[in-house]
Design a protein around this ligand. Structure first.
Ligand SMILES: CC(C)(COP(=O)(O)OP(=O)(O)OC[C@H]1O[C@@H](n2cnc3c(N)ncnc32)[C@H](O)[C@@H]1OP(=O)(O)O)[C@@H](O)C(=O)NCCC(=O)NCCS
Length: 226
């Protein structure tokens, strides 16, 4: 797959929607949108359509940050010409759009992002944290062959690997997938902003293209099933 358009900031496009942090027109049928959440729950609520189920879900959320993230995803959806009424969740919590497009959703602290595509896609955004070093053994295995624990890139690379595995998990959504045992991320350089990964599960080997970029201390990762 080829990128036919570079990432474009929303700054120039629409000053009123400043928190629309970034749009990546990855290819003619794939769009990634990132929101930097700065608005209150009330302000966001005024701007989005919510279906009944999601209204109840919102009311049940304990954290205000979670509510803001949830609502900001609806803002992103509306930026693409869809709204909450087009969205439904399956029994596993995986989001789907009515029609042929695939969607994946992520939120972490004050960032949220969606990917909408004709292809099978998954997305994840993660804060780069020292803490990831302590759990590296739980989700990495073959990756230790190329990771250098003493490198100052170690945390950033671990965050890419984690995000890639989450994004792949979101695509496949299969019970029993182990990040450590079933998903292998291939060797990569941070400045390449892409790599490959394989899922070995249930007697199948599935290949994925991974793309990533770093945003204000967060790592955004999205995966395409090949
Ligand atoms: C479900 C899961 C993928 C969510 O990821 P997360 O990093 O916690 O949270 P994110 O913000 O990135 O993603 C949340 C979104 O993922 C989507 N999602 C939830 N369950 C999903 C599933 N089964 N499949 C695909 N997408 C799913 C939802 O859209 C959700 O947001 P929303 O409910 O507000 O719409 C994750 O919690 C999970 O279960 N991972 C696999 C378990 C695992 O193996 N963990 C690590 C072992 S070392």
């Amino acid at each position: 797959m080829k990128k036919d358009a570079a990432a474009t900031g929303a700054k120039k496009r629409n000053l009123k929607t400043m928190p629309l942090f970034k749009i990546i027109n990855f290819n003619p049928t794939t769009k990634i949108l990132v929101w930097k959440v700065t608005e209150s729950v009330t302000a966001l609520l005024e701007q989005v359509v919510l279906n009944e189920t999601n209204r109840m879900r919102l009311d049940g959320m304990k954290s205000e940050m979670h509510q803001r993230a949830f609502l900001s995803v609806r803002k992103l959806l509306q930026e693409t010409g869809h709204n909450d009424l087009d969205l439904y969740y399956d029994e596993f919590g995986k989001p789907h759009l009515h029609g042929k497009k695939h969607i994946s959703i992520t939120h972490s602290h004050n960032f949220s992002a969606i990917i909408i595509s004709d292809e099978t896609v998954g997305i994840d955004i993660e804060l780069q944290r020292d803490k990831i070093i302590r759990i590296a053994d739980k989700f990495c295995n073959s990756e230790f062959q190329f990771l250098d624990r003493n490198s100052d890139e170690y945390i950033r690379k671990l965050t890419v690997i984690w995000g890639a595995k989450e994004a792949i998990f979101k695509i496949r959504n299969e019970k029993g997938i182990s990040f450590k045992d079933h998903i292998n991320v291939q060797s990569f350089e941070l400045n390449a902003k892409q790599n490959d990964a394989k899922l070995h599960f249930n007697n199948l080997i599935i290949d994925f293209n991974i793309h990533f970029e770093e945003i204000e201390g967060f790592t955004l990762v999205y995966a395409f099933e090949k």
